[in-house]
Design a protein. Structure first.
Length: 310
């Protein structure tokens, strides 16, 4: 990426997944243990309330408790952290941004208001208000393909030019044409691509890092793989091809054939990796993939992606 970035946020970021009990409650003791494990894995940073964090299903009291726990542990350990203030309702999201700013994260992640597709001017107005609410903490826009409006690189670049409080974006990448457009329009932003495409994003000169689904599978392995991209990008690309094949063969069919959510897939990866106290259970009404599937896939993952579990 070019040197005219608004903010130097980059690297391999681990998502905070919610341990959910049989009573549908968040198991906060396990959440604290998970944070400590991610810190010990020495990832580049930890972020809360992405898709796998089930931000859409938290009460405001739960939201505050999660962010406070993350901030306290990360500050004590000197670990970078980003808070996801995401919420489909724009007013609730602005209040989450305001409270998150008090915890002084490296950045705050937001989504676009999500009930009806927003126009350019509505996006800009929202991002400017969110910037004011963040009180000096920069914003990262999370714009996944299933958003009511998924922005093209040209649209994202144009909108963020008018909203300078946004310093990065988490997006799905695409083909060669998408990368060419991203190089043209997004050079001022830190762009985060899907974890299993990170080596490609680096080679294409677009990715600053990833808020990573590979971290869901193996935080320590994902960090080692990210570091290897500076030393032997060709070997890293070879591992990426095997990661993508594993995802396409063993993980994506749960969404394509059986309709499970992306959060269910991320939690399945975590259960396959078996590195912490987070099982595959999602909060109601979303369906969870049975733990037996994770157990079945563990040996397969270790055989096909042995470097991630070294």
């Amino acid at each position: 990426m070019t040197a005219n970035k608004r903010h130097a946020i980059a690297g391999n970021w681990a998502t905070l997944l919610l341990p959910i009990g049989v009573d549908d409650d968040i198991e906060f003791a396990k959440l604290g243990e998970e944070i400590d494990i991610l810190i010990a894995a020495d990832v580049d940073g930890i972020y809360s309330n992405g898709t796998a964090g089930e931000f859409h299903s938290q009460t405001e009291a739960e939201f505050d408790r999660i962010q406070s726990m993350l901030a306290e542990r990360c500050i004590e350990a000197g670990m970078n952290f980003v808070i996801g203030a995401c919420q489909p309702d724009a007013r609730i999201m602005l209040e989450r941004v305001r409270r998150s700013a008090l915890l002084e994260p490296l950045a705050i992640q937001v989504i676009l208001p999500d009930w009806w597709p927003v126009t350019d001017q509505e996006v800009i107005d929202f991002l400017k208000r969110a910037t004011d609410a963040a009180n000096g903490i920069p914003l990262i826009l999370y714009n996944p393909p299933h958003a009511k409006r998924a922005l093209t690189p040209e649209e994202l670049g144009r909108i963020c030019t008018a909203a300078p409080g946004v310093i990065g974006a988490k997006v799905a990448d695409g083909d060669k044409q998408w990368y060419a457009e991203a190089r043209q329009h997004l050079s001022a932003l830190s762009i985060f691509v899907p974890g299993h495409h990170l080596a490609t994003g680096i080679v294409e000169g677009v990715a600053a890092g990833s808020f990573s689904n590979v971290c869901c599978l193996s935080p320590r392995g994902a960090q080692m793989w990210t570091a290897s991209m500076q030393e032997d990008i060709h070997a890293a690309l070879g591992l990426e091809r095997r990661i993508c094949k594993f995802m396409e063969t063993h993980i994506v069919p749960y969404r394509q054939r059986f309709g499970y959510s992306n959060a269910a897939l991320d939690k399945l990866l975590c259960a396959i990796g078996n590195w912490g106290p987070v099982g595959p259970r999602l909060r109601w009404p979303y369906r969870s993939i049975d733990m037996s599937e994770a157990v079945r896939l563990r040996d397969i993952a270790r055989a096909e992606l042995s470097e991630l579990f070294a």
